[in-house]
Design a protein around this ligand. Sequence first.
Ligand code: GDP
Length: 232
Amino acid sequence: MKHETPSRVFPRRLEARFAGSAASPAQFPQDGLPEVAFLGRSNVGKSSLLNALAATRRLAHVSQTPGRTRLVNFFRASVERPGSRKLDELYLVDLPGYGYAKAPREVRESFEELALSYLLEREALRLAVFIVDVRHEPSERDHQLREFLDGNELPWALAANKVDALSKNEARTRVRALEAGIGLTSAGVVPVSAEKGLGLGELWSLIRAVALDSPAAPERQALAIRGDDGRN
Ligand code: GDP
């Protein structure tokens, strides 16, 4: 126990369940629990990562069922606080993926709009986890999203998924490049593998530090009022 780094271990007790889908902000939960949103291009492994974080194979399956891929899906999680038996409650929020090249433009715009209004207006949002495939160069759309997160002073972190598919050296080089490219408000880059369960303790500890252990950021409220581009 003495040598364990409690801040980087996977929660000892963790339960998560699907809590509902929303097609509009009116359907978002009303109970004010802290929320951690997951976003990324389709195929980066968002569902796999949500499942891995919740230590289940089935949780985010529901997000992939037809009709749900364009909704905002909420998973309610209880996680044990390190060194205590207390459980903290939060929502893991699956935001609609972006970059569905095949979706008609109107459809694409409508679900991006829901994701954007969630990011800009949601007071309960404590952290946005932006997932990328560590093997790929960031796309133009990735850059835009990063600028959007920074520009709106959203607390966000980058999860570099699929590190198992690279050698240790390659992964290190890619992660350094990602670190060099992230902006001011990012809480950092966490290399992960949803498939092999790598980096999940680190990601949970970051989620805990930003979303559960620090006081709610009052500026979120101001952000919601400021409107679309988040600037005065
Ligand atoms: P989503 O569209 O972002 O929800 O992505 P999925 O979770 O459905 O995963 C897309 C593909 O990436 C699937 O074939 C997964 O098996 C694969 N994948 C997801 N996570 C990992 C990972 O950590 N490593 C590797 N090698 N493949 C992964």
